[in-house]
Design a protein around this ligand. Structure first.
Ligand SMILES: [Fe+2]
Ligand SMILES: [Fe+2]
Length: 348
């Protein structure tokens, strides 16, 4: 297996749509002239993440067929495609950050796709009650993709007042959807008007979320005509940096490099959680294999990659001896090889 140098990597990213692994292009976010030290983020004591659902959709063939009918991989637009409603599931995780003083911040990363399915997952994991009781501080949406966002009604019906944080690049239909709208052609429906605060984080910028936690917006074009994804960095005391994503459309290398270049995290990358978009449609091509191989250079000591990382990519990480956290393979997850539905992982 060959390693992939930076130039090859960028080239690969640029042809990503053709190989069904990445998106049209990746643009690095704003790089600060002077890298900040990790201490500038502050520190937290511990981060606990529970995967509520990591199954974006059930059948890759159905999803790709819907995309082809909607204009093809490069031209399809998510709000215009006629998605098969039986194929939808969704991505959503619950995060609990414990501060050094013991106080806790809880939030959801994304809210899935199929409202009925998400309601079942919420009830199974007690998210419905936590939302009702105001125990979840906010909903952080990583990007506009259907499998992370269109299940919004399930969150809102339990707490319409919840604060929602979105990338500033959301398109007009996405904002209408949050306010309560029905898009019959694509099957996106939200009958519950959002009554809380809607916060937009600028892409290309770093925004603090809590002590030791920052969000960074990566302003890249993404498949299905989406723009920008925001991801999280947690600075865990005595452990190092934990990186957390929805789909990581900016790519795991760009995501990790940002921490090294802008946060002075060389040698201090501890954990990784979320979808890494390496083999999202179940096929691991030669060049993405190189990205998996190059992940070794960051020295992660705990990897909980799920969702669009793709099973063959996780299998390769295991073969390479990476510290992949196993799951139970229950509650709808397709494998116990990684943290799936109902599984939890702790950093700190
Ligand atoms: Fe996704
Ligand atoms: Fe995505």
């Amino acid at each position: 297996m060959q390693s992939v140098n930076r130039r090859t990597f960028v080239k690969t990213v640029m042809v990503g749509a053709a190989v069904l692994t990445l998106d049209a292009a990746v643009t690095a976010p704003f790089l600060s002239a002077k890298p900040k030290g990790l201490e500038s983020l502050g520190e937290c004591k511990k981060v606990s993440i529970k995967c509520i659902s990591e199954v974006g959709w059930w059948d890759n063939k159905v999803l790709i067929s819907d995309m082809m009918k909607g204009g093809g991989l490069k031209e399809a637009e998510q709000w215009s495609c006629a998605w098969d409603p039986k194929n939808s599931a969704g991505s959503c995780s619950l995060v609990e950050v414990e501060a050094l003083d013991g106080s806790k911040t809880r939030f959801l990363i994304d809210t899935g796709w199929n409202a009925e399915y998400m309601d079942k997952r919420f009830k199974d994991e007690g998210i419905d009650k936590m939302l009702k009781n105001g125990e979840i501080d906010f909903l952080y949406i990583t990007h506009e993709h259907l499998d992370h966002f269109w299940g919004l009604e399930t969150t809102l019906k339990y707490n319409p007042e919840i604060k929602i944080i979105i990338p500033s690049t959301f398109h007009p239909p996405a904002e209408k959807f949050i306010a309560g709208a029905d898009f019959p052609k694509c099957g996106a429906k939200n009958t519950v008007q959002h009554k809380g605060k809607l916060v937009k984080f600028q892409m290309g910028e770093m925004t603090p979320l809590a002590k030791g936690v920052v969000s960074v917006g990566f302003d890249n074009p993404i498949i299905l005509k989406i723009q920008g994804e925001q991801s999280l960095y947690f600075n865990v005391k005595d452990k190092g940096l934990v990186l957390c994503t929805g789909c990581c459309h900016q790519n795991v290398i760009t995501f990790s490099d940002y921490a090294v270049k802008n946060l002075g995290a060389q040698g201090k990358l501890h954990g990784l959680y979320g979808g890494l978009h390496i083999a999202p449609f179940g096929k691991l091509d030669d060049e993405p294999k190189g990205w998996v191989k190059n992940m070794a250079s960051y020295g992660f000591t705990k990897i909980a990659a799920n969702h669009c990382t793709g099973l063959p990519a996780v299998q390769m990480m295991v073969e390479l001896g990476y510290p992949v956290v196993k799951g139970t393979g229950k509650k709808g997850s397709i494998s116990d090889l990684y943290i799936g539905n109902g599984d939890s992982v702790e950093f700190g």
